[in-house]
Design a protein around this ligand. Structure first.
Ligand SMILES: Nc1ncnc2c1ncn2[C@@H]1O[C@H](COP(=O)(O)OP(=O)(O)O)[C@@H](O)[C@H]1O
Ligand SMILES: Nc1ccn([C@@H]2O[C@H](COP(=O)(O)OP(=O)(O)O)[C@@H](O)[C@H]2O)c(=O)n1
Length: 275
């Protein structure tokens, strides 16, 4: 399956040569935002170094992949005690801004008992919490840029470890190659598949302008920047998984309930939640 941009817009296949370009640009542009992203990464690395001196932290953070099942992984602490023999299932939910990822995730949660982890929601909660990374994250989101992966992966890892569930929809992640590689290195978790919502820019733009959630980034200028980032940085990740046969593409131009019928067919491999 070729991964193409938009159903109704100009269709073009995005080649892997774009991969990494946004990451390079972001590195150069980081200083424009006061050098804060790199400072945040340094802070996290320093914190990790301090944490490694703490035996309890080491015990809960040492995620080991057990067994030979390649579709799912077992995640355990170094003593085999926390969080127990949890078999973790991860589905990445990707698609352009406004393609309907969050809307469909809520329905999957209701019907299939997954826990929904939206990378964007976790980042926005981090801003609200008054975290020292808050200003940097807020600046990146206002610019439609991708927050350094160390920050986002830490938030996802914490949410997974704190959850009692073992099935996760990770929405809006991985958004670039760095997100993907960092998550894989840190958690050793491999997604079951990637649910990809394919929608034209025209439709996504209309939806975002009507979303009305008071988000700083749902204005026309930032929306267009987010579309560019999606094409340059996120589509190559979808192509990467497509080459592994892991992409389940959904026509996201349809009405919400029709889309969910298609989603349900894909999730039929998982047991339905007992209501
Ligand atoms: N299939 C659809 N048709 C029309 N509007 C939709 C559809 N899916 C979602 N929406 C609306 O579009 C907006 C963006 O949807 P959302 O799920 O927040 O997208 P994403 O999480 O991909 O950014 C929301 O206001 C939502 O209610
Ligand atoms: N993996 C991610 C996900 C979101 N983000 C940031 O959060 C913003 C909003 O992402 P989102 O997933 O909540 O919303 P949509 O752009 O999909 O509507 C993005 O434009 C990025 O600035 C990020 O940096 N890294």
């Amino acid at each position: 399956m070729g991964v193409e941009r938009g159903t109704g817009g100009q269709r073009r296949t995005i080649k892997a040569k774009n991969r990494g370009e946004e990451d390079k640009k972001r590195g150069n542009k980081a200083e424009e935002l006061g050098g804060t992203p790199m400072a945040a990464v340094r802070r996290i690395r320093l914190q990790l170094a301090v944490n490694l001196l703490n035996p309890y932290y080491f015990a809960i953070q040492n995620i080991a992949v057990m067994g030979t099942n390649t579709d799912s992984s077992m995640i355990q602490d170094s003593n085999g005690a926390f969080p127990g023999d949890r078999k973790i299932t991860v589905v990445f939910v990707l698609g352009g801004p406004g393609s309907g990822k969050g809307t469909q995730c809520s329905k999957i949660v209701e019907n299939f008992g997954f826990t929904h982890l939206s990378a964007g929601d976790l980042l926005r909660a981090e801003i609200k919490s008054g975290s020292e990374n808050g200003t940097m994250i807020s600046n990146m989101i206002k610019e439609g840029k991708i927050v350094p992966s160390e920050v986002t992966v830490e938030l996802l890892k914490k949410a997974i470890l704190e959850s009692g569930n073992n099935k996760f929809l990770i929405d809006g992640f991985p958004r670039n190659e760095e997100n993907r590689a960092t998550f894989e290195n840190v958690t050793k978790l491999e997604p079951e598949f990637i649910l990809f919502f394919d929608c034209s820019e025209e439709e996504m733009e209309q939806r975002l302008l009507g979303r009305n959630q008071g988000r700083d980034d749902d204005n026309i200028e930032t929306i267009r920047k987010r579309f560019r980032v999606f094409i340059e940085s996120s589509l190559p990740v979808i192509e990467y998984y497509d080459q592994k046969g892991k992409v389940r593409k959904i026509d996201a131009m349809k009405p919400i309930d029709d889309i969910f019928e298609d989603v349900k067919a894909i999730f039929a491999v998982f047991p339905a939640k007992v209501l």
